[in-house]
Design a protein around this ligand. Structure first.
Ligand code: TXA
Ligand code: MG
Length: 337
């Protein structure tokens, strides 16, 4: 799925690196979602990311680096657990939150005493990071609170006229954002994501702390209830209740899409009069890869509502379930239903 590093692509990576060094904003591919990148040591460039996204300035951004060898440039302390996770999962969809070095810009950390670091597993952006030999501050390349982009085209449609360049590395392989783990005191899960929690716990040899707990200070706005949302009202419905809910909405005149994994539910949705019945893959990783593109497509169809069959709230489904649940909070239906 990832484009090979052709001569043309290498030249494009060089051009993007030069733009970043000059303080420009470049959208970059990663294995999770596309990022909106700027040189993390350039205050004005980082500020522009926030303007483009329409994001509150106290929300920290992830700094992307070429390898774990860069950790000490950003973190003033790297505990053994961080090293173990980096060795096992980088490059990959894992972000580590560590105490920051004093020179890391407050624009990057949201004024907090920590910095989030990640080595993305995408050959195009890894090459760019090696050439940049610095940190790339990059939140997901979408407007604040909306769906993350998983293709260059998504970025073009949403932000194309505002970014200086879009580096096209093909569709994202993982499709949901990185797992975020804070290593300030006991290892703490801040956001489920591309690396399953069970794999992290196995590598750490201990369970991850969850919820606000002792690190309520570690604000992760991706943890806001309403986030990752389409504009069309979306409801997450347990399988047993889905057919009934579809009937109710259709009866109320709602032009409805039903997104489900089970063939039986899709047929029931069609029988209930849903305008669209969208089949999703049964394996969680394939589902994740398709999730945002599917919601974006439905969002463009002028529907009155989207019902999604709730996946399990556990195991390899955690990240998908988390994003769907936030999407449902971010897209509240008003009125009677
Ligand atoms: O997969 C990803 O993580 C993608 C790609 C582009 O790398 N990036 C991404 O960035 O999802 P963004 O900004 O949309 O979400 C990053 C999350 C936010 O919830 C932010 O609050 C949290 O990381 N974060 C960043 N720095 C933090 C810090 N110092 N402490 C706690 N949370 C932090
Ligand atoms: Mg985001």
């Amino acid at each position: 799925m990832v484009a090979p590093l052709t001569k043309e692509l290498l030249a494009e990576i060089e051009a993007c690196t030069a733009l970043l060094r000059a303080g420009k904003v470049v959208a970059v591919p990663t294995e999770t979602v596309y990022g909106l990148g700027a040189d993390a040591s350039n205050r004005a460039a980082v500020r522009r990311i926030f303007e483009i996204k329409g994001r509150p300035t106290d929300h920290p951004v992830i700094v992307h680096v070429a390898s774990a060898a860069h950790l000490e440039r950003w973190a003033r302390e790297v505990p053994p657990a961080a090293r173990a996770l980096a060795a096992r999962f980088w490059p990959g969809p894992l972000t580590l939150v560590l105490p920051r070095r004093p020179e890391v810009l407050p624009e990057v950390t949201g004024g907090q005493d920590t910095v989030a670091l990640r080595v993305p597993a995408h050959p195009v952006t890894l090459r760019l990071l090696e050439r940049l030999d610095g940190g790339l501050a990059a939140p997901s390349a979408n407007r604040f609170g909306r769906l993350s982009p998983t293709t260059a085209e998504h970025v073009r449609v949403e932000l194309g006229d505002q970014v200086d360049r879009i580096l096209d590395g093909g569709p994202c392989r993982v499709g949901v954002e990185s797992t975020i783990v804070a290593l300030i005191g006991r290892p703490h899960l801040l956001r489920p994501g591309g690396v399953p929690v069970a794999e992290l716990e196995r590598a750490l040899g201990q369970p991850l702390e969850r919820g606000a707990g002792p690190s309520a200070r570690l604000r992760a706005p991706g943890g806001l209830a309403a986030h990752y949302a389409p504009a069309t009202p979306l409801e997450l419905v347990e399988p047993a209740a889905l057919e009934e809910r579809a009937r109710t909405l259709v009866r109320a005149g709602v032009r409805l899409a039903v997104v489900a994994r089970s063939g039986g539910l899709l047929q029931a949705a069609r029988d209930a009069g849903a305008a669209r019945a969208v089949a999703m893959p049964a394996p969680p990783d394939e589902y994740a890869r398709r999730l945002y593109a599917t919601l974006r497509e439905l969002d463009g169809e002028g529907l009155g509502g989207i019902l999604v069959e709730a996946p399990p709230d556990e195991g390899a489904w955690l990240a998908v379930r988390d994003r769907l649940s936030r999407a449902s909070h971010g897209s509240r239906r008003d009125g009677t239903s």
